[in-house]
Design a protein around this ligand. Structure first.
Ligand SMILES: Cc1ncc(COP(=O)(O)O)c(C=O)c1O
Length: 377
């Protein structure tokens, strides 16, 4: 049997990893400033993380949500504390798409409505409603197409106000990334996030903050939407949550009441996944990684803005987009093949930097030197 060939892959076999470095089978070291799509939050094979997972696996790796799993409660308490949203409740699942799917379902159960407002260039995942709320027709199968999702221009306050004025009573939820990742590192503006909050309050709609990529401390705030000084009703999270172990979740405001069977999953919240997520939060807290993300991130952004050939630098903390002109479209590929540095991309010509939250200024400097070399080449 062969693999179903859906990924355009780099011909590199990574066999070992530590912190922000990975090694291929020939022993070559690469700098990882991408973390496999923003997943590696506390560095590869962090010793405390490895110890926590190993200990947990030696006791019990999995049992379903039909028995008590006390580590779930410990995770919820830590998450409440580190995120500053202690009165929210936590539902655990396995991925970002699932988190958004559950957030949207919960919103619809809550107000009984069907219409979802999403924005241009959004990405919310590949399950049926999450992909319907994703602005990319190429990945929406005919069966996922629905009139229930309306796309509005990102950061357009007038368009949003008009939509609510016209059919606000029908709007179930507004879903928005604090910083669009796949869409090219584009920040939701503070007035726009505040407007979403006030319109959702006025019309009884649910504000869903997709924090799958931009959350979990990446921008220096725990949820990137916190920057606007307003609370969402539901935060979806995944990627950085398990530092590579699959886990996702939604943090749910107190006004939503749980009932047996409303949401559910077989694997979500299993012992091993919770041990991974708990270890990540403990490391984030103990090493002040939110502060590190903010500091190293603003250093990087400041230095990147000094390059003449860079058209624009967008983002916050360690979620950075570097917009390059068309003639420099080979830079991302060359950073990997010539400087052995993993970065990400977004269309049409944006380099995405999504490193571990504990990268040092020295690592940032290694990247800046390599980029300088590439831009001069
Ligand atoms: C903002 C955002 N939401 C949701 C998802 C989907 O997450 P997953 O691939 O874990 O289903 C992604 C993945 O890239 C994402 O960037």
């Amino acid at each position: 049997m062969n693999l179903f060939n859906v990924y355009p892959i780099n011909p590199i076999n990574i066999v070992k990893a530590s912190g922000s470095s990975v090694w291929d089978a020939e022993g070559n070291e690469y700098l990882d400033l991408y973390g496999g799509h923003a997943v590696i939050s506390i560095g590869h094979t962090h010793p405390y993380y490895v110890e926590s997972l190993t200990n947990q696996l030696g006791k019990i790796g999995f049992y379903s949500n039909s028995v008590e799993i006390p580590i779930q409660q410990r995770l919820a308490e830590q998450l409440g504390e580190v995120s500053g949203k202690e009165d929210y409740t936590l539902f655990l699942c396995n991925s970002g798409a699932e988190a958004n799917e559950n957030a949207l379902k919960l919103a619809s159960f809550y107000n009984g409505r069907k219409k979802i407002v999403a924005f241009s260039k959004s990405f919310h995942g590949r399950t049926s409603l999450a992909v319907a709320a994703t602005d990319n027709p190429n990945i929406v199968a005919p069966v996922n197409q629905t009139d229930n999702v309306v796309f509005l221009p990102f950061n357009d306050e007038d368009a949003l106000s008009n939509a609510f004025a016209n059919y606000g009573e029908e709007i179930c939820a507004v879903i928005i990334e604090g910083i669009q990742g796949v869409g090219g590192i584009r920040e939701a503006s503070i007035p726009f996030l505040k407007l979403i909050r006030s319109l959702c309050d006025q019309y009884g709609s649910v504000f869903i903050a997709d924090s799958v990529q931009c959350g979990y401390g990446r921008t220096g705030d725990f949820y990137s939407h916190d920057y606007a000084g307003v609370d969402a009703d539901i935060y979806s999270m995944a990627k950085g949550m398990g530092n590579g172990f699959p886990i996702g979740g939604i943090a749910i405001a107190p006004k939503f009441k749980a009932s047996f069977g409303l949401l559910g999953t077989t694997f979500g919240g299993n012992h091993l996944a919770c041990a991974a997520a708990l270890a990540v939060l403990e490391v984030i807290k103990q090493h002040n990684l939110l502060q590190n993300a903010a500091q190293v991130g603003s250093y990087l952004i400041g230095e990147l803005r000094k390059f003449d050939k860079v058209m624009e630098v967008r983002g916050r903390g360690l979620m950075i987009g570097i917009d390059l002109p068309e003639e420099l479209s080979a830079v991302k590929k060359d950073l990997l093949s010539k400087n052995r540095i993993f970065t990400g991309e977004a269309k049409p010509n944006v380099i995405r930097i999504l490193p571990a939250l504990n990268i040092t200024k020295e690592i940032a400097d290694r990247f800046l030197t390599a980029l300088d070399e590439r831009l001069k080449a």
